[in-house]
Design a protein around this ligand. Structure first.
Ligand SMILES: *[C@@H]1O[C@H](CO)[C@@H](O)[C@H](O)[C@H]1NC(C)=O
Ligand SMILES: *[C@@H]1O[C@H](CO)[C@@H](O)[C@H](O)[C@H]1NC(C)=O
Ligand SMILES: *[C@@H]1O[C@H](CO)[C@@H](O)[C@H](O)[C@H]1NC(C)=O
Length: 481
């Protein structure tokens, strides 16, 4: 191919890419996994699938390094536990900016700093209420002082539980009374700085918390019973929720702040409503809705700006919200796609491109040696299974999950295997008082996948052992000195 052809293709291909990317779509890239993919692999995965924006939950330098030169728009974050420090003094905020951002601002398109993550969540009992706004102010001030205030905006991603409606109607929306005054201050501050209001919307949780929640309403299905509100008709939970926010903002005198949907998605395991099939249905509906290129009933000119939650499954997330919490990825933990979808909303579903050149550990599994127990579940088997589950991950065995229908005796094998894989296939992690047995035949059963973890290399491994504890003690010692 001649040079002219190449140039032609370059422009033509660019045009195709631009035309396809009509949805302003980002993803959340979380890292709470025992065996995370290398950051460079993840950046390639994003590029291969035409995703151009990411939202992070920290400011990990390895992640930012991998994003250098990618052209990706990035939202970095300050975890809730650091809010008090940032609120404490402007100097702390300045230190954070210089230690976390300055090395990267020239090569990574950092656009926002998320100050905390859903800090006013009801389940936090107000733990972060006091520090959030001062932290937000200090971080924005520190950005301004570093001459970054124009390009990088500080904001606070909030869960949609900061507002509620006394009926099912969006027009009855209002900010929660316990934090309303605080929200008024924050919104005014964001607006004055040209920063966006970031909100996380979870139709799945509505369904999870209330079995009577109209399921079609969550799935954008036509024929869903509509909610009529004044002259507006709502047929899906995204529009209804978004307008509940708009009404709540209206009531505090704000009707022109930029809104970003910081998280929206559907999990694929760990609950009867969390299946690959339901997730696909949800994303189909969501992408079609976004591709309509129209706003909401209340604000037809609204442009959706959306970050999916999330990119990858994360096996270290707390299961306190529910067993589904570890399965929010549109890709598995290893970057394998789970189901076909079409980000452009044209309904031409195909499997997304998976992560490339992933290095796995050996093809070895740990299972229950059924010959020892005569295929029976003895109290010993039960005890070892419980132990394996306690320190491993049995969320896929829970009712309604992908492995819930395998035989009881296979439950033990599943538990043993997860424990063993999460400990990097160490031989003694397959002992279980002599009940465990290492095999090289794939132990997966139908839908129930017995995974093999990513080989993350000795230095990177999640540490469960004494090494980690000793390191922690040493760090504490030196911090105190
Ligand atoms: C919030 O309060 C509940 C009930 O008092 C308690 O169980 C829970 O652990 C508290 N959560 C936090 C994050 O403090
Ligand atoms: C499996 O375990 C469940 C609950 O512990 C029990 O109800 C069921 O009878 C068991 N099935 C077999 C085949 O042992
Ligand atoms: C094991 O089998 C399952 C399906 O049966 C498959 O998806 C998986 O890739 C296999 N694992 C390996 C390591 O070959």
């Amino acid at each position: 191919m001649g040079r002219a052809m190449f140039v032609l293709c370059y422009w033509w291909c660019m045009l195709v890419v631009l035309a396809n990317g009509s949805i302003d779509l980002g993803v959340n890239w979380g890292n709470m996994a025992t065996h995370p993919l290398p950051p460079k692999t993840v950046v390639q995965l994003l590029k291969d699938n035409g995703i151009r924006k990411v939202k992070l939950f920290d400011s990990d330098p390895k992640t930012l390094l991998a994003l250098e030169g990618s052209g990706m728009e990035v939202m970095v974050a300050i975890p809730n536990l650091q809010l008090a420090t940032m609120a404490d003094s402007l100097v702390n905020a300045e230190d954070w900016v210089s230690e976390n951002l300055l090395d990267f601002v020239d090569k990574v398109k950092i656009r926002q700093v998320a100050v905390g993550n859903e800090p006013f969540l009801k389940s936090y009992n107000g733990s972060f209420v006091e520090h959030t706004f001062p932290a937000l102010r200090n971080i924005q001030k520190a950005l301004d002082k570093a001459n970054l205030g124009k390009q990088i905006k500080a904001t606070v991603p909030l869960n949609a539980d900061v507002y509620e409606s006394s009926s099912s109607k969006p027009s009855d929306g209002n900010f929660r009374s316990d934090i309303k005054n605080l929200i008024i201050k924050i919104v005014k501050f964001l607006k004055d700085n040209g920063a966006p209001f970031v909100v996380n919307i979870y139709p799945f949780l509505s369904l999870y918390q209330d079995d009577n929640f109209p399921i079609e309403f969550a799935f954008f299905e036509h024929g869903a019973k509509s909610v009529d509100d004044k002259n507006y008709h709502y047929t899906n939970v995204l529009d209804a929720n978004y307008d509940t926010l708009l009404w709540s903002l209206k009531k505090i005198g704000v009707d022109d702040i930029k809104i970003i949907i910081g998280e929206i998605g559907w999990p694929t395991d760990g609950n009867k409503h969390a299946t690959t099939k339901d997730a696909q249905k949800f994303y189909d509906g969501l992408f079609k809705r976004l591709n309509e290129n129209k706003g909401t009933p209340l604000q037809p000119s609204a442009k959706f700006d959306v970050y999916l939650f999330g990119l990858l499954d994360e096996d270290q997330k707390s299961i306190e919200p529910g067993f589904f919490e570890r399965y929010w990825g549109i890709f598995r933990f290893d970057g394998k796609p789970k189901f076909p979808l079409d980000f452009t909303g044209k309904g031409q579903n195909k499997m997304p491109i998976g992560a490339k050149d992933v290095k796995y550990m050996e093809k070895k599994w740990c299972v229950l040696d059924t010959s020892i127990v005569n295929n029976k579940i003895t109290w010993m088997v039960q005890k070892q299974t419980d132990l394996a589950c306690r320190d491993g991950d049995c969320s896929s065995l829970t009712p309604g999950s992908s492995c819930s229908s395998i035989s009881n005796i296979s439950h033990a094998s599943y538990a043993f295997n997860m424990y063993y894989q999460m400990r990097n296939q160490k031989k003694n992690a397959c002992d279980f008082e002599g009940l465990g047995m290492i095999v090289d035949k794939n132990a997966s059963q139908g839908q129930c996948l017995f995974p093999i973890m990513i080989d993350v290399g000795a230095g990177e491994r999640f540490s469960f052992g004494f090494g980690g504890i000793i390191a922690a003690i040493l760090t504490m010692f030196f911090t105190l000195m």
